[in-house]
Ligand binder design. Sequence first.
Ligand code: ATP
Ligand code: MG
Length: 466
Amino acid sequence: MFSKNPASSGAGVVTAQPTVLTRDQHPVSRKFISANALKVLYRLNKGGYKAYLVGGGVRDILLGKEPKDFDIATNATPEQIKALFRNCRLIGRRFRLAHIVFGRDIIEVATFRGHHENASKKEQSCQKTSKQNDEGMLLRDNIYGSIEEDAERRDFTINALYYSATDFTVHDFANGMHDINAKKIRLIGDPQTRYREDPVRMLRAIRFATKLDMTISDETEAPINELAPLLESIPAARMFEEFLKLFISGKAVANFEHLCHYNIFQYFFPALNDMLTEQQHQYVNDFIILAMSNTDKRINNNQRVTPAFLFAALLWYPLQQQIQLVKASAQLSPQDAFFEALGIIMSRQQQSIAIPKRFQTVMKDIWILQERLARRDGKRAYKAFEHPKFRAGYDFLLLRAQIEEANLPENTKGSLSELAKWWTDFQNVSPETQQQMIKATASNRSGTSARRSPRKRRKPAANNNG
Ligand code: ATP
Ligand code: MG
């Protein structure tokens, strides 16, 4: 399995003897590494273990970027790590890991992984250490090994660079430095096997390509189209985590385009994907791109974003389509049709991505506000304005106005952007002017064909005379 000659093209190959870069041959300095990560490295070293910074921490520093987090690999077992750190939590089943917790900062420490074929018979038959399904997917991967084996178990060559805090060297096992310089995402080992072991590596290839402004090497790219359906077997909770990394990262538009290109987007949002592939729904595509580019802008400006807003946008048109289907099949009030459709859309969506309840609640609020923002008479405008999710609902309305205007039937053109403008003004005027605005909408409505529902009509004044 090991080769002495690292290939500069083709699949990534791990060598038994890594290239060792001394401190003067690389830019990884301790000043770029978090104090907590250094503490963990030193403590492990002092305890007599080998420990290296690996993965994104080394890779991003080499690329002149600020690492998102710091991952450490060691020859200490999870139990040995736990014995060294009071602030240690052992987590994970598929991968057993140690989290060293410093308040909100968490340093992830993983024991070197080994090969399954090298594991003893006892280990192999032990369901607790390693498990594969019929498609070759690793359900559990807890066989420990040497650093060379660990390098081979990593996904991409650029992620298999190890920094030592004892002598400040970088150990390059898979010619990762070459790929850092060539800006190539290259899987280690046979791409087919590696994707079958863990289909999420396809998503990771795309994510690193967009995040690091790199290209996916030919061999790494080739099997993606064929193997994409394996993503169906990934648990919905893991898909949710991957969704966040892809779309709440400042690179949502680029990732969306890549996922569509490789026919992968369908495994995140099947109902939406069906709409996107139909010509007459070009506006749906425009809406998604607009919502994603807004999210990207906010993230890149360090503004807060909630994934719920993006989910609401992604499922808005599938919801509208479902409402029409529900209405066509049963006599329901608009409100009942809305909730019926919402139930159908959400339960289907949950099979692909498990959206946590707290985000589902906000999505519903944003959707319900669309209807409530349109009805502004009496106290309704104030009630909508005081809604805790008013801002998100209003922002959503602005997005819709931008896209739907161009696609609405002629006779309703202008109404959505007028509504959006009304709410923009409403937020910027005095309470007196707000009252006038509400009165003006009410009289506009009585001047047009607007009707009040009989149930809501107040009793005629004459009846109150006693
Ligand atoms: P970032 O944290 O910036 O997203 P990262 O490369 O650090 O990027 P992590 O998910 O933090 O990614 O994983 C840390 C390291 O663990 C990776 O660099 C890689 O070496 C290894 N790794 C993570 N996920 C996989 C996987 N599915 N298959 C193989 N190796 C993996
Ligand atoms: Mg990381």
